[in-house]
Design a protein around this ligand. Structure first.
Ligand SMILES: Cc1ncc(COP(=O)(O)O)c(C=O)c1O
Length: 443
């Protein structure tokens, strides 16, 4: 059974028809490991051939992306434009999940021996994928856990200050509230615009809030309410000059953006690969910069907490859901086969087009920056005098398009949020905008 080299087999078509594939999913427990490997090999072969054919062609829509869309597992007809909450899985990732679960239930002993090596392979892949070293990559369970590991693990004392933005997710606020209650740490909120006008404006608002007691800036890299991509690199340069640590909540970052930790220069970076990368829920990634690892205590301790090298000491969580971790490695392989840069470009092209078309509708206010440096695949907007939930319900009913509302009416951040991942098309964006225009015209 060749579990270690699933991509070694070369076959020239998808191997199975869509109907057969669904049948196989339903009969997952009886499908052999070899058959699952073969299915995955066929997907990678198809991507390689698409890449060769369209290598010089950005292919903004059409054959390349249509073909890729078919490698995802969707119910027929659903247009998932809210993977910002939970994303779909490409077929190879699901196949790998089944494969490892199968191994676990049929031969737990072999599984126990074979998994640890694979886990390190996943760490190495992840490190390369995010521009870090394996010693800096902690495999967590999600962003919330990653943030909690940092907040709990830092030695802060009464009166120390931490700066948060006014648009943090509960997963980025609550750990600090707990820390404040237990240790007297002071949380200060910094207003960031909806959207900020520029990188300078963003960095300046934090600079102004810094006092000699400021120890940490803890902000969203990917702001879930507004779709802002915070200029973390510039923020870190400013903060590090003053000896302040930066923790970035990038729940949406991995799989959406061509990430490079070294370039960002951030100290801690927590992300959830089940949103944009196509991994399963239940696995997350926390980057801890090598130079600051001695400032961080592990939060959970089992064998290795004080002897493991590098990031592994923050990860002594006992037995893990290994299949999820191995499938995370497969999700990285899938995106690598397409190319991170190509993915970011596609996502931003779709988002740029969406913004351009929304702006043509009278009364639309974009909550997301139009600057591609300050935005990514999440676009948020509101429309004066229109009940936004009605739009969400209408596009679902009419086109089977899934989007959501976010933010708070009281704080003026309430809006519709649309995700534009690689498997939606410009045609889908047009359908969505048509729905918005229709309801808006009936105001
Ligand atoms: C910005 C942000 N931070 C944190 C989280 C929490 O993510 P998780 O539930 O994967 O821990 C989310 C979830 O959507 C988010 O959008």
């Amino acid at each position: 059974m060749d579990i270690n080299n699933p991509k070694g087999i070369l076959i020239h078509s998808d191997g199975l028809s869509r109907r057969d594939f669904v049948k196989y999913l339903l009969a997952g427990s009886t499908l052999s490991v070899a058959a699952l490997n073969k299915l995955n090999a066929a997907v990678y072969q198809s991507i390689t051939s698409l890449n060769q054919k369209y290598i010089k062609d950005e292919s903004p829509d059409g054959i390349y992306w249509d073909a890729l869309q078919k490698h995802f597992l969707f119910q027929d007809g659903i247009v998932m434009m809210n993977n910002g909450t939970i994303g779909p899985m490409p077929k190879p990732v699901f196949n790998t999940l089944i494969k490892i679960f199968k191994l676990q239930v049929t031969n737990p002993y072999d599984c126990y021996n074979f998994i640890p090596g694979k886990k390190e392979e996943v760490r190495t892949k992840l490190a390369k994928f995010i521009g870090a070293s394996p010693e800096e990559v902690v495999i967590t369970r999600n962003t919330t856990e990653g943030i909690n590991f940092v907040v709990n693990g830092l030695d802060l004392k009464e009166g120390d200050e931490v700066l948060l933005s006014n648009m943090e997710h509960p997963g980025g606020i609550c750990p600090w509230e707990l820390k404040a209650k237990r240790y007297g740490v002071i949380i200060k909120e910094v207003e960031i615009g909806l959207p900020p006008k520029s990188t300078e404006e963003f960095v300046d608002s934090f600079r102004k809030a810094i006092t000699p007691k400021t120890k940490v800036i803890s902000i969203s890299h990917t702001v879930y309410i507004s779709g802002l991509i915070s200029p973390v690199k510039e923020l870190c340069q400013m903060a590090h000059d003053k000896g302040i640590l930066v923790l970035a909540d990038s729940a949406h970052g991995i799989g959406m953006l061509d990430l490079n930790m070294k370039e960002l220069g951030v100290d801690f970076f927590a992300t959830s690969p089940y949103k944009w990368l196509g991994a399963s829920t239940g696995v997350g990634v926390l980057y801890v910069r090598k130079e600051v690892q001695d400032k961080l205590w592990p939060t959970i301790a089992s064998s290795g907490w004080n002897t493991n090298e590098g990031a592994r000491k923050f990860e002594t969580l006992g037995q893990r859901a290994d299949a999820l971790m191995i499938a995370l490695g497969e999700a990285v392989d899938f995106q690598d086969a397409i190319g991170k840069q190509r993915i970011e470009r596609r996502i931003k092209s779709l988002a740029g087009y969406l913004k351009q078309e929304l702006k043509k509708i009278p009364g639309v206010k974009l909550h997301t920056s139009e600057d591609p440096y300050l935005s990514g695949g999440l676009t948020a907007f509101s429309i004066a005098g229109v009940e936004l939930q009605k739009i969400v319900d209408y596009v679902r009913e009419k086109y089977n398009i899934v989007v959501r509302t976010v933010g708070s009416k009281e704080k003026g951040t309430y809006g519709i949020r649309v995700s534009t991942p690689i498997y939606v098309s410009f045609n889908h964006v047009d359908m969505f905008v048509k729905g918005v225009r229709y309801l808006t015209s009936r105001r």
